[in-house]
Design a protein around this ligand. Structure first.
Ligand SMILES: [Zn+2]
Length: 343
């Protein structure tokens, strides 16, 4: 299996997260992707290839043009403003009843296009964000050219990003961009399976009213966990997309036995659709040793997870999302990919 990877993600560093009374280093750090890359390289899992560069028009198949422009310009606008700090981030958000479309200052734009405070910008962010999207699009091309599996080693991740909002460490929705690319390349219907610990709210929202993409997410119950406001079991899609979104909110402490039952049901839904291909949003933050989460999936379970998904026999594109156990993310990723390719 080929892995698409670039060192550009290292430009997106020095990110700070709110931690109690202070700001601390973000859990979404360069070592995550570097350690996945090293595990793939050191275990000879398969070739690492560089992404191609795609036109911006590929990004606006999913994202609003004004949002893409914001992502591109925000750091320079931050420098040109009176705002202070090494991370450009919002402090005011849009609430119902606020008229917001014509804000022009950078602080206003940050609030207009963000839904949380965990998704800052630094000098190299745009290059990393753009390359991460190119990685997903390159991996989609591999599938189109006949590869059975491909792995997009994306950083920053993408599944929380909507058409025009960043949040949850995500800016461009790499999974959605790859999915759209496969459809534009001739696929008739696709399934997206999100196994990140957190609900893939961005991907869900993007495809919510469409019947060419079945979106499925297994995740921690949003009544107790980020992103709090989406990911409930009654969110089934709308309009033409009704019945094309399925959520499996799971309790804290979910181990492989409980997870496997939900996964088996989800895979049954994929089988019934008979899609042309599957896109997996792979988060490794379901891991028992993840410092930020509350599931109990073990390293060997990731191989089983990959194996179950691989048994579908579908062309499968895997896109890296979350996972914050820097020490174990590489090993867990390779386990998953090994299981997937075993069939
Ligand atoms: Zn996550």
């Amino acid at each position: 299996m080929k892995t698409v990877y670039s060192d550009d993600h290292n430009l997106h560093s020095g990110l700070l997260d709110p931690r109690g009374d202070a700001w601390g280093p973000s859990a979404e750090c360069p070592d995550r992707a570097n350690n996945v890359m090293r595990a793939i390289r050191d275990q000879d899992f398969g070739p690492l290839i560089e992404p191609r560069v795609f036109e911006e028009s590929r990004l606006t198949r999913i994202h609003a043009p004004d949002y893409v422009q914001f992502l591109q310009d925000v750091w320079q606008e931050w420098l040109d403003s009176d705002e202070k700090g090494s991370n450009a981030r919002p402090e005011t958000f849009v609430a119902p009843g606020m008229r917001h479309a014509d804000t022009r200052c950078v602080a206003g734009k940050l609030g207009r296009y963000s839904f949380d405070t965990t998704t800052p910008f630094v000098e190299g962010s745009w290059q990393a964000i753009r390359t991460s999207a190119n990685i997903a699009l390159t991996a989609a091309d591999l599938l189109e050219s006949g590869e059975k599996h491909a792995f997009a080693l994306c950083r920053p991740p993408g599944h929380h990003a909507t058409e025009n909002y960043c949040g949850g460490y995500c800016y461009l929705n790499n999974t959605a961009l790859a999915t759209q690319s496969l459809l534009d390349g001739g696929a008739g219907k696709l399934a997206v399976l999100d196994v990140d610990y957190h609900h893939g709210n961005g991907t869900q929202t993007i495809f919510y009213e469409r019947n060419d993409v079945l979106t499925i997410s297994l995740h921690a119950d949003p009544a107790l966990e980020y992103p709090f406001f989406a990911g409930y079991a009654d969110e089934a899609g709308a309009g033409a997309g009704h019945g094309f979104n399925i959520n499996y909110p799971l309790p804290f402490g979910t181990d492989w036995d409980k997870y496997e039952a939900a996964l088996a049901d989800a895979l049954g839904q994929v089988r019934r659709l008979e899609p042309d291909a599957l896109v997996v949003a792979l988060g490794l933050d379901t891991f028992i040793g993840d410092p930020t989460t509350h599931f109990a999936i073990k390293t060997e379970d990731f191989r089983r997870m990959g194996q179950r998904i691989g048994a579908l026999g579908l062309p499968t594109l895997v896109v890296l999302e979350g996972g914050y156990s820097v020490e174990h993310i590489g090993e867990n990723t390779v386990k998953f990919l090994t299981g997937l390719a075993a069939d």
